[in-house]
Design a protein around this ligand. Structure first.
Ligand SMILES: Nc1ncnc2c1ncn2[C@@H]1O[C@H](COP(=O)(O)OP(=O)(O)OP(=O)(O)O)[C@@H](O)[C@H]1O
Ligand SMILES: [Mg+2]
Length: 397
């Protein structure tokens, strides 16, 4: 397919990292953020702010805070205020305060060493750098759950009480904390929690109509004129609504449906390609189920994946064959294999999740045997995903 036959004019506008200039249906939330941070332009250093942004998957938390950060730093620049917005995804930094602060410091000193300091010292260095440069920072802690999960309440406590040891000096660091739900901060001490909760912005799941507006904006930006019919947009909005009002899901469907149109040489994107895109995404979503499996369920499944990789002409494996590859996998990861009875339970679980299919061979040979099949996940992908998960789990535990 040649480039001029594509339905896209600018596919990058559908990239997950692209932050659009305007976010339909988040205008009120944007105004609220601007209000909370009005001091940063009017009287920087006079105070520090803490804001909590809470909402389900794909409700625009990251996009909102990034759009806001870009806008406010731009305005600050025009006024000669040295304001930086540093957006850190805590999960990406493995929930480690040290790594998060190292990233923050390295935005000012790109070659700052990774060794020789504690998180506490890094925080002081960070403040010192900001004092030296008369800089102010809005630190966005995205997916704050992982920091709390790994290090408990302490880091948040420290970050919200920075000023107590700096009496009389300008306040340098404000926080925007992003969470999926308030549950994860229930364990924090009451005063830290109340400091965080005093300014809270809740992002509700998008309605079908709101998703249609969001999608139409992206259609304008990313597709050639008249390539995406209204019906196609409506169907995507309908599906994304039933997936919890998730805008990411909607945009991903739009992109995939467009890719199918290009692959099949269509000059427009009919609803059928949306349906195709949905079924391919559900297969991928299954991957996130893998992370929730127990250690031996993962080992057993990896054994199964290995079996089918080595026997690429086979659709079914017998239980005995899988037990054999499972034992090899256990040895590889230095784990004691579980008994036959236990394995049976794990297979029930994997089958209940729809990851594997169990069936019983018709009587013949010597009695009935249980046959196992992997219906919908490509073996190589499964092996890669499980190996990554297992390496983390076995090495970490
Ligand atoms: N109001 C909106 N207008 C335009 N695009 C939006 C809007 N809300 C979200 N999006 C887009 O939807 C996708 C998901 O949004 P975002 O990443 O901000 O969700 P999130 O709340 O951070 O989700 P998660 O909890 O999974 O991190 C992004 O591509 C974002 O640009
Ligand atoms: Mg996000």
């Amino acid at each position: 397919m040649s480039a001029n036959r594509s339905v896209f004019k600018d596919e990058a506008k559908l990239d997950i990292n692209y932050v659009p200039n305007r976010l339909p249906h988040r205008e009120a939330e944007m105004r609220l953020l601007t209000e909370f941070f009005s001091f940063a332009l009017a009287a920087p250093g006079k105070m520090a702010q803490r804001v909590l942004v809470v909402g389900d998957v794909g409700t625009g938390k990251t996009a909102l805070s990034q759009r806001f950060g870009a806008d406010i730093t731009q305005q600050a620049k025009q006024r000669g205020i040295n304001l930086h917005c540093i957006h850190v995804n805590c999960r990406q930094y493995r929930g480690s305060l040290f790594l998060i602060l190292h990233y923050a410091v390295s935005t000012f000193h790109p070659t700052f060493p990774k060794r020789g300091f504690s998180a506490e010292e890094l925080l002081n260095i960070f403040l010192q750098v900001l004092d030296e440069q008369n800089a102010h920072v809005i630190l966005v802690l995205d997916e704050l759950e992982s920091l709390i999960e790994r290090e408990g309440a302490e880091p948040v406590y420290k970050l919200t009480r920075l000023q107590e040891a700096r009496f009389g000096k300008p306040q340098r660091i404000s926080l925007i904390c992003i969470l999926k739900s308030l549950k994860s901060i229930e364990g924090l001490d009451p005063s830290t929690r109340s400091t965080l909760q005093s300014n809270i912005i809740r992002l509700e799941p998008y309605s079908r109509e709101q998703l249609i507006d969001i999608l139409n904006d992206r259609v304008q930006l990313a597709f050639k004129p008249f390539t995406v019919p209204e019906e196609t947009v409506n169907l995507i909005a309908e599906i994304a609504r039933s997936e919890g009002g998730n805008a990411r899901f909607a945009i991903e469907l739009l992109w995939r449906a467009g890719k199918y149109a290009d692959a099949e040489d269509f000059s427009y994107v009919p609803p059928e390609f949306v349906r195709k895109a949905v079924s391919s995404i559900y297969a991928i979503a299954r991957k996130s189920d893998l992370a929730t499996l127990t250690l031996h369920e993962k080992l057993l499944l990896l054994g199964l994946a290995r079996f089918f990789k080595e026997n690429s002409d086979r659709a079914y494996a017998s239980l005995t064959e899988v037990e054999r590859t499972y034992a090899v996998v256990c040895e590889e990861f230095g784990v004691q294999p579980h008994t036959h009875t236990q394995l049976w339970k794990y297979l029930q679980m994997l089958s209940a999740l729809g990851i594997i299919k169990k069936s019983v061979s018709s009587a013949g040979q010597r009695g009935r045997t249980t046959l196992l099949c992997l219906p919908s996940i490509p073996v190589k992908e499964l092996e890669k995903e499980l190996t990554t998960l297992l390496e983390k789990e076995v090495e970490g535990g």
